[in-house]
Ligand binder design. Structure first.
Ligand code: 5AD
Ligand code: SF4
Length: 433
């Protein structure tokens, strides 16, 4: 009987891809198959996120639960960003943990598996020339890493400390991987990096200098590939050439993530984001001029140290002006090893919660209006998942999740769908062509 792996993945798309990679490594080198039953597992992995404090707190109670439920002799490994930043401390606090594997070291999974109490958390480890393994959780779309690490120094963010300096993966490797997955039937790729439009600034060896816009051009020439998505771009690097390529290249999906973080130029400066409120609004204007159908999503942090009522009003002003299609909003959470951890002009926690609720309510009302406008419109949907009650769901080019009545023969297919019903997270429609 094969050995069983239970893996829980928290955090961002980068982590999902890292988990896919570890599953493939463990399958190929160690003969593991995945299981969803923790009690059956020989190996339990948690791929953690450390971007905010709450999930880190939860980690230890979750580990305790896993330790009680696991079968005799099963190993527990903690991987990902919290592994990078807490390292050995994890084993000190939870001595039954067998190994700790940082976010930049996931390709060493089969090595650490055989070393009890191993802690591999080198953030300078270079995985950029390493072709990530093949296992993919979806046969219809493929996540493809284009860079690792992050060179920015946003004062709130722990990621440069957990994933290290930014290195781009050579374009020929990315192209090869894309062709391979397309040959296997994938029609949509999702390019991943902490800061995708900074692609090409640094390679680890001698490689063809290709920037992100050029990479998009190269990839879109791959026959059989129909859709390209990517996350996350940085507003600071959204030059005209990039926006024009995005708008006019028919294979690039018209959905842009533009992490605002704050609408106040003063707060943006304290966050070291490198742009102003005006620059952000100017980029949105250019984007909408070139590509009127684009949907724009964003990340916003409220109650960053020093955020006054007027600063928060600036954020609200940007939200009202831009009318984002989706906002991921967070209350600021101080993180170790970041500059802002030492800022003393802390915003009262209750004020932070009020600001967060206000922003989320405003966004809900904006969304209701935006969705009303979708009624009766037709979108090209790529179907990816079966969901309950005989529905099947997929995404439009501009990233709206849409469901229709249907079964598995629609999986991996494109159809035109007319919207008949709206909901907050998903729209319902019927196939028209
Ligand atoms: N506190 C709250 N939110 C944060 N993010 C990153 N660091 C923090 C923090 N310390 C948010 C940012 C980022 C998203 C992935 O998480 O908005 O874009
Ligand atoms: Fe992803 Fe950042 Fe969380 Fe790491 S800390 S899993 S990079 S969101």
């Amino acid at each position: 009987m094969s050995k069983k792996l239970f893996i829980e993945t928290l955090g961002c798309a980068m982590n999902s891809r890292d988990s896919e990679h570890m599953i493939a490594e463990l399958h190929e080198k160690e003969g593991y198959e995945t299981t969803t039953e923790l009690e059956h597992a020989d190996l339990i992995l948690i791929n953690t996120c450390s971007v905010r404090e709450k999930p880190v707190h939860k980690l230890f109670s979750e580990l305790g639960g896993f330790n009680k439920r696991k079968k005799e002799g099963a190993k527990i490994g903690v991987c990902g960003c919290t592994a990078s930043h807490l390292g050995e401390e994890i084993i000190k606090r939870a001595p039954y943990v067998n190994f700790v594997l940082g976010a930049r070291n996931v390709s060493k999974i089969s090595e650490v598996l055989h070393k009890d109490k191993a802690v591999e958390i080198d953030i300078n480890y270079d995985e950029s020339e390493f072709a990530f393994k093949d296992f993919r959780s979806s046969p219809y779309k493929a996540y493809i890493n284009i860079s690792i690490g992050c060179d920015k120094s946003c004062t709130f963010c722990i990621v440069p400390k957990t994933r290290g300096e930014e290195i781009s993966i050579p374009a020929d490797l990315i192209l090869k991987e894309t062709k391979k997955v397309v040959n296997e039937g994938v029609k949509e790729i999702f390019l991943l990096g902490q800061n995708v439009n900074n692609y090409g600034r640094r390679f680890s060896g001698e490689h063809e200098k290709v920037n992100f816009t050029q990479l998009l051009q190269k990839l879109s020439a791959v026959d059989g590939l129909e859709r390209i998505r990517f996350t996350s771009p940085h507003p600071f690097h959204m030059d005209d050439a990039f926006i024009e390529e995005f708008a006019h290249n028919p294979k690039i999906c018209k959905s842009m993530h533009m992490p605002l973080q704050s609408g106040s130029t003063k707060v943006l400066r304290d966050m070291k984001r490198g742009y102003t409120k005006e620059w952000f609004l100017n980029r949105v204007k250019k984007l909408r001029q070139e590509c009127p159908e684009v949907s724009i999503s964003t990340d916003i942090i409220v109650a960053f140290p020093g955020e006054s009522e007027a600063d928060f009003e600036d954020t609200i002003d940007v939200v009202k002006q831009v009318q984002f299609d989706q906002i991921f909003s967070f209350k600021y959470s101080p993180r170790p090893q970041t500059e802002a951890e030492h800022f003393t002009n802390v915003v009262d926690s209750e004020v932070g919660s009020e600001r967060l609720s206000y922003l989320q309510e405003l966004q809900n009302s904006i969304l209701d209006e935006l969705h009303q406008k979708c009624l009766g419109k037709t979108y090209r949907v790529y179907f990816e998942s079966l969901i309950k009650d005989n529905f099947i769901s997929g995404r439009s080019d501009n990233n709206i999740v849409i469901k229709v009545k249907g079964s598995e023969e629609l999986l991996g297919q494109f159809r035109d769908v007319k919207i008949t019903e709206i909901g907050r997270t998903m729209l319902t429609g019927e196939i028209v062509a």
